[in-house]
Design a protein around this ligand. Sequence first.
Ligand SMILES: Cc1cc2nc3c(=O)[nH]c(=O)nc-3n(C[C@H](O)[C@H](O)[C@H](O)COP(=O)(O)OP(=O)(O)OC[C@H]3O[C@@H](n4cnc5c(N)ncnc54)[C@H](O)[C@@H]3O)c2cc1C
Length: 400
Amino acid sequence: MAITEVDILVSGGGVAGLTAAAVFGSAGFSVLCVDPTPPITDRDAAGSDLRTTAFLQPSQALLDRAGLWDRLAPHAAPLQIMRIVDAGGPVPEPRIVKDFNASDISERPFGWNLPNWLLRREMVARLAELPNVTFRPGTGTASLFTREAGARVTLSDGTQVSCRLVIAADGRNSPMRDASGVKVKTTRYGQKALAFAVTHPIPHENVSTEIHRSGGPFTLVPLPDYNGLPSSAIVWMERGPEVVRLAALPESEFEAAMTERSCALFGPLTLASRRTVWPIISQVAERMYAERVALVAEAAHVVPPIGAQGLNMSLGDMRVLLELAEAAPERLGDRHMLETYHRRRHTEVRARVTGIDLLNRASMMEARPLRDLRAAGLNAIYSLGPVRKTMMQLGLGTRG
Ligand SMILES: Cc1cc2nc3c(=O)[nH]c(=O)nc-3n(C[C@H](O)[C@H](O)[C@H](O)COP(=O)(O)OP(=O)(O)OC[C@H]3O[C@@H](n4cnc5c(N)ncnc54)[C@H](O)[C@@H]3O)c2cc1C
Protein backbone atom coordinates (compact mmCIF):
# COMPACT_ATOMS: atom_id res chain seq x y z
CA MET A 1 0.00 0.00 0.00
CA ALA A 2 1.18 3.53 -0.80
CA ILE A 3 2.58 5.53 2.08
CA THR A 4 1.65 9.19 2.51
CA GLU A 5 4.66 11.31 3.46
CA VAL A 6 4.31 14.62 5.29
CA ASP A 7 6.38 16.73 7.66
CA ILE A 8 3.69 16.78 10.34
CA LEU A 9 0.68 14.62 11.13
CA VAL A 10 -1.85 16.36 13.39
CA SER A 11 -4.01 13.85 15.27
CA GLY A 12 -7.26 15.69 16.12
CA GLY A 13 -9.34 18.33 14.36
CA GLY A 14 -10.79 20.11 17.40
CA VAL A 15 -10.09 23.80 17.76
CA ALA A 16 -6.51 23.03 18.87
CA GLY A 17 -5.74 20.55 16.06
CA LEU A 18 -7.19 22.80 13.35
CA THR A 19 -5.15 25.71 14.70
CA ALA A 20 -2.00 23.58 14.70
CA ALA A 21 -2.61 22.62 11.06
CA ALA A 22 -3.13 26.27 10.07
CA VAL A 23 -0.10 27.46 12.06
CA PHE A 24 2.36 24.91 10.63
CA GLY A 25 0.78 24.95 7.16
CA SER A 26 1.12 28.74 6.99
CA ALA A 27 4.77 28.39 8.03
CA GLY A 28 5.39 26.18 4.97
CA PHE A 29 5.42 22.66 6.49
CA SER A 30 3.42 19.89 4.79
CA VAL A 31 0.63 18.83 7.15
CA LEU A 32 -2.03 16.13 7.28
CA CYS A 33 -4.73 16.64 9.92
CA VAL A 34 -7.16 13.80 10.71
CA ASP A 35 -10.20 13.45 12.97
CA PRO A 36 -12.78 10.62 13.05
CA THR A 37 -15.57 13.11 13.89
CA PRO A 38 -16.29 15.67 11.14
CA PRO A 39 -16.51 19.22 12.59
CA ILE A 40 -19.98 20.71 13.14
CA THR A 41 -19.87 24.21 11.69
CA ASP A 42 -23.48 25.34 12.18
CA ARG A 43 -24.58 26.92 15.50
CA ASP A 44 -27.99 25.28 15.63
CA ALA A 45 -27.07 21.79 14.40
CA ALA A 46 -27.30 18.92 16.91
CA GLY A 47 -23.97 18.39 18.65
CA SER A 48 -22.55 21.85 17.81
CA ASP A 49 -19.97 23.15 20.31
CA LEU A 50 -21.72 26.08 22.05
CA ARG A 51 -18.73 26.93 24.21
CA THR A 52 -16.90 30.10 23.34
CA THR A 53 -13.21 30.84 23.52
CA ALA A 54 -11.77 34.08 24.79
CA PHE A 55 -8.49 34.51 22.91
CA LEU A 56 -6.06 36.56 24.95
CA GLN A 57 -3.58 38.90 23.25
CA PRO A 58 -0.68 36.44 22.59
CA SER A 59 -3.13 33.93 21.07
CA GLN A 60 -4.52 36.56 18.74
CA ALA A 61 -1.00 37.22 17.40
CA LEU A 62 -0.55 33.51 16.61
CA LEU A 63 -3.94 33.31 14.88
CA ASP A 64 -2.89 36.30 12.80
CA ARG A 65 0.33 34.58 11.72
CA ALA A 66 -1.69 31.50 10.75
CA GLY A 67 -3.86 33.60 8.41
CA LEU A 68 -6.90 33.09 10.66
CA TRP A 69 -7.42 36.41 12.35
CA ASP A 70 -8.80 38.32 9.34
CA ARG A 71 -11.51 35.66 9.06
CA LEU A 72 -12.32 35.70 12.78
CA ALA A 73 -12.15 39.42 13.61
CA PRO A 74 -15.59 40.34 12.16
CA HIS A 75 -17.25 37.84 14.55
CA ALA A 76 -15.23 38.62 17.69
CA ALA A 77 -16.50 40.44 20.78
CA PRO A 78 -13.72 42.42 22.54
CA LEU A 79 -13.15 41.93 26.29
CA GLN A 80 -12.29 45.30 27.78
CA ILE A 81 -13.11 44.74 31.44
CA MET A 82 -12.97 41.56 33.54
CA ARG A 83 -15.27 41.87 36.54
CA ILE A 84 -15.11 39.53 39.54
CA VAL A 85 -18.13 39.48 41.80
CA ASP A 86 -18.45 37.73 45.15
CA ALA A 87 -22.07 36.92 45.93
CA GLY A 88 -21.39 34.42 48.73
CA GLY A 89 -23.61 36.08 51.34
CA PRO A 90 -26.92 34.69 52.65
CA VAL A 91 -28.79 35.86 49.52
CA PRO A 92 -27.46 35.93 45.95
CA GLU A 93 -26.46 39.58 45.58
CA PRO A 94 -23.09 41.21 44.88
CA ARG A 95 -21.12 42.07 48.02
CA ILE A 96 -17.70 42.64 46.47
CA VAL A 97 -17.15 43.79 42.88
CA LYS A 98 -13.64 44.16 41.44
CA ASP A 99 -12.91 45.41 37.92
CA PHE A 100 -9.79 44.82 35.88
CA ASN A 101 -9.62 47.25 32.98
CA ALA A 102 -7.38 46.27 30.05
CA SER A 103 -6.49 49.96 29.62
CA ASP A 104 -4.48 49.74 32.88
CA ILE A 105 -1.88 47.54 31.21
CA SER A 106 -2.30 47.89 27.45
CA GLU A 107 -3.98 49.93 24.71
CA ARG A 108 -5.77 46.83 23.47
CA PRO A 109 -8.53 44.70 25.02
CA PHE A 110 -7.62 41.66 27.17
CA GLY A 111 -8.85 39.46 24.38
CA TRP A 112 -11.66 38.62 21.98
CA ASN A 113 -14.45 36.11 22.42
CA LEU A 114 -15.59 33.74 19.65
CA PRO A 115 -17.99 30.78 19.50
CA ASN A 116 -16.25 27.40 19.05
CA TRP A 117 -18.56 26.23 16.23
CA LEU A 118 -17.63 29.37 14.25
CA LEU A 119 -13.93 28.83 14.93
CA ARG A 120 -14.21 25.37 13.39
CA ARG A 121 -16.01 26.77 10.31
CA GLU A 122 -13.41 29.46 9.66
CA MET A 123 -10.45 27.20 10.44
CA VAL A 124 -11.61 24.49 8.04
CA ALA A 125 -12.04 27.21 5.36
CA ARG A 126 -8.49 28.47 6.02
CA LEU A 127 -7.03 24.96 5.67
CA ALA A 128 -8.72 24.65 2.26
CA GLU A 129 -6.67 27.68 1.11
CA LEU A 130 -3.35 26.04 1.98
CA PRO A 131 -2.05 23.71 -0.78
CA ASN A 132 0.42 22.03 1.60
CA VAL A 133 -2.29 21.10 4.16
CA THR A 134 -4.79 18.26 3.89
CA PHE A 135 -7.65 17.93 6.37
CA ARG A 136 -9.25 14.50 6.39
CA PRO A 137 -12.36 14.42 8.60
CA GLY A 138 -13.92 10.99 9.10
CA THR A 139 -10.50 9.34 9.56
CA GLY A 140 -8.64 8.91 12.84
CA THR A 141 -5.20 7.79 13.92
CA ALA A 142 -5.21 4.07 14.83
CA SER A 143 -1.66 3.07 15.74
CA LEU A 144 1.78 4.56 16.14
CA PHE A 145 5.24 3.20 15.41
CA THR A 146 8.28 5.40 16.00
CA ARG A 147 12.03 5.21 15.51
CA GLU A 148 14.62 7.85 16.19
CA ALA A 149 14.42 8.96 12.53
CA GLY A 150 10.65 9.28 12.16
CA ALA A 151 7.13 8.10 12.91
CA ARG A 152 4.79 5.80 11.04
CA VAL A 153 1.10 6.20 11.83
CA THR A 154 -1.66 3.90 10.63
CA LEU A 155 -5.01 5.61 10.11
CA SER A 156 -8.45 4.11 10.71
CA ASP A 157 -8.94 3.63 6.92
CA GLY A 158 -5.74 1.55 6.76
CA THR A 159 -3.61 4.30 5.17
CA GLN A 160 -0.04 4.58 6.44
CA VAL A 161 1.50 7.98 7.05
CA SER A 162 5.20 8.60 7.46
CA CYS A 163 6.15 11.88 9.16
CA ARG A 164 8.84 13.61 11.18
CA LEU A 165 6.51 14.91 13.88
CA VAL A 166 3.15 13.76 15.23
CA ILE A 167 1.24 16.55 16.98
CA ALA A 168 -1.18 14.89 19.40
CA ALA A 169 -4.13 17.30 19.59
CA ASP A 170 -6.63 14.49 20.08
CA GLY A 171 -8.15 15.62 23.35
CA ARG A 172 -8.12 14.67 27.03
CA ASN A 173 -8.27 10.91 26.27
CA SER A 174 -5.61 11.29 23.56
CA PRO A 175 -5.12 7.98 21.70
CA MET A 176 -1.67 9.11 20.45
CA ARG A 177 -0.60 9.94 24.03
CA ASP A 178 -1.72 6.49 25.16
CA ALA A 179 0.03 4.84 22.20
CA SER A 180 3.26 6.57 23.15
CA GLY A 181 2.98 5.50 26.79
CA VAL A 182 2.83 8.95 28.45
CA LYS A 183 0.89 8.90 31.75
CA VAL A 184 -1.38 11.63 33.14
CA LYS A 185 -2.35 12.84 36.60
CA THR A 186 -6.08 13.59 36.87
CA THR A 187 -8.03 15.52 39.53
CA ARG A 188 -11.82 15.15 39.68
CA TYR A 189 -14.00 17.75 41.40
CA GLY A 190 -17.44 16.11 41.13
CA GLN A 191 -18.34 19.21 39.12
CA LYS A 192 -19.87 19.84 35.72
CA ALA A 193 -20.37 22.97 33.59
CA LEU A 194 -23.39 24.13 31.67
CA ALA A 195 -22.47 26.14 28.54
CA PHE A 196 -25.08 28.07 26.57
CA ALA A 197 -25.94 31.51 25.13
CA VAL A 198 -28.40 34.09 26.47
CA THR A 199 -29.83 37.47 25.56
CA HIS A 200 -30.48 40.19 28.13
CA PRO A 201 -31.95 43.71 28.25
CA ILE A 202 -28.96 45.41 29.92
CA PRO A 203 -25.93 45.69 27.55
CA HIS A 204 -22.71 43.98 28.63
CA GLU A 205 -20.49 46.92 27.51
CA ASN A 206 -17.73 44.39 26.68
CA VAL A 207 -17.41 43.40 30.33
CA SER A 208 -16.78 39.75 31.16
CA THR A 209 -18.34 38.97 34.56
CA GLU A 210 -17.41 36.06 36.86
CA ILE A 211 -19.79 35.62 39.81
CA HIS A 212 -18.78 33.45 42.81
CA ARG A 213 -21.24 31.99 45.29
CA SER A 214 -20.83 28.23 45.76
CA GLY A 215 -20.44 25.18 43.52
CA GLY A 216 -18.13 27.07 41.12
CA PRO A 217 -18.09 30.30 39.13
CA PHE A 218 -20.93 31.59 36.94
CA THR A 219 -19.31 33.47 34.06
CA LEU A 220 -20.88 35.71 31.42
CA VAL A 221 -18.65 36.49 28.45
CA PRO A 222 -19.70 39.08 25.82
CA LEU A 223 -20.93 37.96 22.41
CA PRO A 224 -22.02 40.18 19.51
CA ASP A 225 -25.77 41.03 19.57
CA TYR A 226 -28.08 38.11 18.78
CA ASN A 227 -31.43 38.78 17.06
CA GLY A 228 -30.92 42.49 17.81
CA LEU A 229 -30.43 41.96 21.57
CA PRO A 230 -27.33 42.12 23.79
CA SER A 231 -25.99 38.57 24.14
CA SER A 232 -23.51 36.67 26.31
CA ALA A 233 -22.07 33.17 26.53
CA ILE A 234 -22.50 31.61 29.96
CA VAL A 235 -20.43 28.94 31.67
CA TRP A 236 -22.16 27.84 34.90
CA MET A 237 -20.25 25.42 37.09
CA GLU A 238 -21.95 23.45 39.88
CA ARG A 239 -21.77 20.06 41.57
CA GLY A 240 -22.60 17.31 39.05
CA PRO A 241 -26.11 16.38 40.30
CA GLU A 242 -27.13 20.06 40.43
CA VAL A 243 -26.05 20.53 36.80
CA VAL A 244 -28.06 17.47 35.77
CA ARG A 245 -31.12 18.95 37.57
CA LEU A 246 -30.64 22.40 35.99
CA ALA A 247 -30.15 20.95 32.51
CA ALA A 248 -33.49 19.14 32.76
CA LEU A 249 -35.56 22.09 34.08
CA PRO A 250 -38.33 23.49 31.88
CA GLU A 251 -37.02 26.58 30.05
CA SER A 252 -38.91 29.18 32.12
CA GLU A 253 -37.74 27.65 35.43
CA PHE A 254 -34.19 27.46 34.13
CA GLU A 255 -34.33 31.12 33.08
CA ALA A 256 -35.53 32.11 36.58
CA ALA A 257 -32.72 30.06 38.18
CA MET A 258 -29.98 31.56 36.03
CA THR A 259 -31.29 35.10 36.46
CA GLU A 260 -31.12 34.62 40.24
CA ARG A 261 -27.62 33.08 40.03
CA SER A 262 -26.49 36.06 37.89
CA CYS A 263 -27.75 38.41 40.66
CA ALA A 264 -29.88 39.90 37.83
CA LEU A 265 -26.89 42.07 36.90
CA PHE A 266 -28.03 42.17 33.26
CA GLY A 267 -31.78 41.99 33.93
CA PRO A 268 -33.82 38.82 33.21
CA LEU A 269 -31.79 36.34 31.14
CA THR A 270 -33.40 34.59 28.15
CA LEU A 271 -32.02 31.30 26.84
CA ALA A 272 -30.78 31.70 23.23
CA SER A 273 -29.33 28.25 22.53
CA ARG A 274 -29.39 24.63 23.68
CA ARG A 275 -27.90 23.85 27.11
CA THR A 276 -24.74 21.75 26.83
CA VAL A 277 -23.06 19.92 29.72
CA TRP A 278 -19.28 19.45 30.16
CA PRO A 279 -17.43 17.40 32.79
CA ILE A 280 -14.81 19.37 34.75
CA ILE A 281 -11.39 17.95 35.60
CA SER A 282 -7.77 19.02 35.91
CA GLN A 283 -5.22 16.87 34.16
CA VAL A 284 -1.52 17.12 33.34
CA ALA A 285 0.60 14.77 31.27
CA GLU A 286 3.80 13.72 33.03
CA ARG A 287 5.75 14.73 29.89
CA MET A 288 4.87 16.96 26.94
CA TYR A 289 6.47 14.58 24.43
CA ALA A 290 7.44 11.06 23.44
CA GLU A 291 9.69 9.91 20.61
CA ARG A 292 8.58 11.91 17.52
CA VAL A 293 5.36 13.00 19.30
CA ALA A 294 4.52 16.43 20.76
CA LEU A 295 1.50 16.60 23.08
CA VAL A 296 -0.49 19.84 22.84
CA ALA A 297 -3.74 21.25 24.21
CA GLU A 298 -6.05 18.90 26.15
CA ALA A 299 -3.86 15.93 25.26
CA ALA A 300 -1.26 17.57 27.53
CA HIS A 301 -3.33 19.64 30.00
CA VAL A 302 -6.96 20.14 31.00
CA VAL A 303 -8.16 22.88 33.37
CA PRO A 304 -11.57 24.00 34.64
CA PRO A 305 -12.90 26.89 32.51
CA ILE A 306 -11.72 29.77 34.69
CA GLY A 307 -9.90 32.84 33.39
CA ALA A 308 -9.96 31.67 29.75
CA GLN A 309 -6.77 29.67 30.23
CA GLY A 310 -7.49 26.32 28.48
CA LEU A 311 -7.07 27.00 24.80
CA ASN A 312 -4.76 29.94 25.42
CA MET A 313 -2.32 27.54 27.11
CA SER A 314 -2.71 25.31 24.05
CA LEU A 315 -1.77 28.12 21.71
CA GLY A 316 1.21 28.75 24.01
CA ASP A 317 2.28 25.14 23.26
CA MET A 318 2.02 25.81 19.55
CA ARG A 319 3.95 29.09 19.73
CA VAL A 320 6.92 27.31 21.28
CA LEU A 321 6.74 24.36 18.86
CA LEU A 322 6.61 26.72 15.88
CA GLU A 323 9.52 28.78 17.15
CA LEU A 324 11.66 25.65 17.57
CA ALA A 325 10.60 24.24 14.18
CA GLU A 326 11.40 27.48 12.37
CA ALA A 327 14.74 27.96 14.15
CA ALA A 328 15.96 24.53 12.97
CA PRO A 329 13.59 22.96 10.41
CA GLU A 330 16.01 20.07 9.80
CA ARG A 331 15.55 19.03 13.46
CA LEU A 332 11.74 18.91 13.23
CA GLY A 333 10.50 16.28 15.67
CA ASP A 334 13.94 15.10 16.85
CA ARG A 335 14.79 14.40 20.46
CA HIS A 336 16.58 17.72 20.99
CA MET A 337 13.62 19.74 19.71
CA LEU A 338 11.06 17.84 21.76
CA GLU A 339 13.10 17.90 24.97
CA THR A 340 13.46 21.66 24.56
CA TYR A 341 9.71 21.93 24.00
CA HIS A 342 9.06 19.97 27.18
CA ARG A 343 11.46 22.11 29.23
CA ARG A 344 9.98 25.35 27.98
CA ARG A 345 6.35 24.37 28.53
CA HIS A 346 5.95 21.85 31.29
CA THR A 347 6.82 24.03 34.29
CA GLU A 348 4.54 26.83 33.13
CA VAL A 349 1.72 24.41 32.32
CA ARG A 350 1.94 22.80 35.76
CA ALA A 351 1.99 26.18 37.49
CA ARG A 352 -1.14 27.32 35.65
CA VAL A 353 -2.96 24.05 36.30
CA THR A 354 -2.15 24.39 40.03
CA GLY A 355 -3.29 28.04 40.10
CA ILE A 356 -6.60 27.31 38.39
CA ASP A 357 -7.17 24.29 40.64
CA LEU A 358 -6.87 26.60 43.68
CA LEU A 359 -9.22 29.22 42.19
CA ASN A 360 -11.75 26.50 41.41
CA ARG A 361 -11.59 25.05 44.93
CA ALA A 362 -12.05 28.53 46.41
CA SER A 363 -15.05 29.14 44.16
CA MET A 364 -16.68 25.82 45.11
CA MET A 365 -16.77 26.59 48.86
CA GLU A 366 -20.15 25.80 50.44
CA ALA A 367 -19.58 26.77 54.11
CA ARG A 368 -20.46 30.40 54.93
CA PRO A 369 -17.32 31.18 57.00
CA LEU A 370 -15.13 29.94 54.15
CA ARG A 371 -17.11 32.01 51.65
CA ASP A 372 -16.62 35.07 53.87
CA LEU A 373 -12.92 34.32 53.98
CA ARG A 374 -12.86 34.07 50.20
CA ALA A 375 -14.52 37.47 49.90
CA ALA A 376 -12.05 39.06 52.32
CA GLY A 377 -9.11 37.51 50.43
CA LEU A 378 -10.50 38.68 47.10
CA ASN A 379 -10.90 42.18 48.42
CA ALA A 380 -7.41 42.32 49.90
CA ILE A 381 -5.59 40.89 46.88
CA TYR A 382 -7.41 42.90 44.27
CA SER A 383 -7.14 46.19 46.16
CA LEU A 384 -3.31 46.26 45.97
CA GLY A 385 -2.28 48.14 42.81
CA PRO A 386 1.00 46.33 41.93
CA VAL A 387 -0.45 42.89 42.74
CA ARG A 388 -3.47 43.63 40.56
CA LYS A 389 -1.24 44.61 37.64
CA THR A 390 0.94 41.52 37.96
CA MET A 391 -2.12 39.29 38.16
CA MET A 392 -3.60 40.89 35.06
CA GLN A 393 -0.37 40.40 33.13
CA LEU A 394 -0.13 36.80 34.29
CA GLY A 395 -3.75 36.19 33.31
CA LEU A 396 -3.04 37.69 29.93
CA GLY A 397 -0.04 35.46 29.42
CA THR A 398 2.27 38.41 28.82
CA ARG A 399 4.36 37.33 31.82
CA GLY A 400 5.08 33.94 33.21
C1 LIG B 1 -17.39 24.90 29.38
C2 LIG B 1 -16.01 25.19 28.87
C3 LIG B 1 -15.66 26.50 28.51
C4 LIG B 1 -14.36 26.81 28.06
N1 LIG B 1 -14.03 28.10 27.77
C5 LIG B 1 -12.75 28.42 27.37
C6 LIG B 1 -12.32 29.77 27.11
O1 LIG B 1 -13.08 30.74 27.22
N2 LIG B 1 -11.04 30.00 26.73
C7 LIG B 1 -10.14 28.98 26.59
O2 LIG B 1 -8.98 29.23 26.24
N3 LIG B 1 -10.51 27.69 26.80
C8 LIG B 1 -11.78 27.39 27.21
N4 LIG B 1 -12.14 26.09 27.47
C9 LIG B 1 -11.20 25.04 27.16
C10 LIG B 1 -11.22 24.76 25.65
O3 LIG B 1 -12.54 24.63 25.19
C11 LIG B 1 -10.47 23.51 25.38
O4 LIG B 1 -9.13 23.74 25.79
C12 LIG B 1 -10.47 23.14 23.93
O5 LIG B 1 -11.72 23.11 23.37
C13 LIG B 1 -9.86 21.78 23.81
O6 LIG B 1 -9.54 21.61 22.52
P1 LIG B 1 -8.78 20.34 22.01
O7 LIG B 1 -8.72 20.56 20.52
O8 LIG B 1 -7.53 20.09 22.75
O9 LIG B 1 -9.69 19.09 22.38
P2 LIG B 1 -11.06 18.58 21.73
O10 LIG B 1 -11.95 19.68 21.35
O11 LIG B 1 -11.56 17.52 22.64
O12 LIG B 1 -10.58 17.93 20.36
C14 LIG B 1 -9.98 16.67 20.28
C15 LIG B 1 -10.32 16.09 18.92
O13 LIG B 1 -9.58 14.88 18.76
C16 LIG B 1 -10.38 14.02 18.03
N5 LIG B 1 -9.92 12.63 18.16
C17 LIG B 1 -10.25 11.70 19.09
N6 LIG B 1 -9.67 10.53 18.79
C18 LIG B 1 -8.92 10.73 17.65
C19 LIG B 1 -8.10 9.90 16.83
N7 LIG B 1 -7.90 8.60 17.10
N8 LIG B 1 -7.52 10.45 15.75
C20 LIG B 1 -7.70 11.76 15.45
N9 LIG B 1 -8.48 12.59 16.17
C21 LIG B 1 -9.08 12.07 17.25
C22 LIG B 1 -11.79 14.22 18.59
O14 LIG B 1 -12.78 13.77 17.67
C23 LIG B 1 -11.80 15.73 18.78
O15 LIG B 1 -12.36 16.42 17.68
C24 LIG B 1 -13.42 25.77 27.93
C25 LIG B 1 -13.76 24.45 28.28
C26 LIG B 1 -15.04 24.17 28.78
C27 LIG B 1 -15.38 22.76 29.20
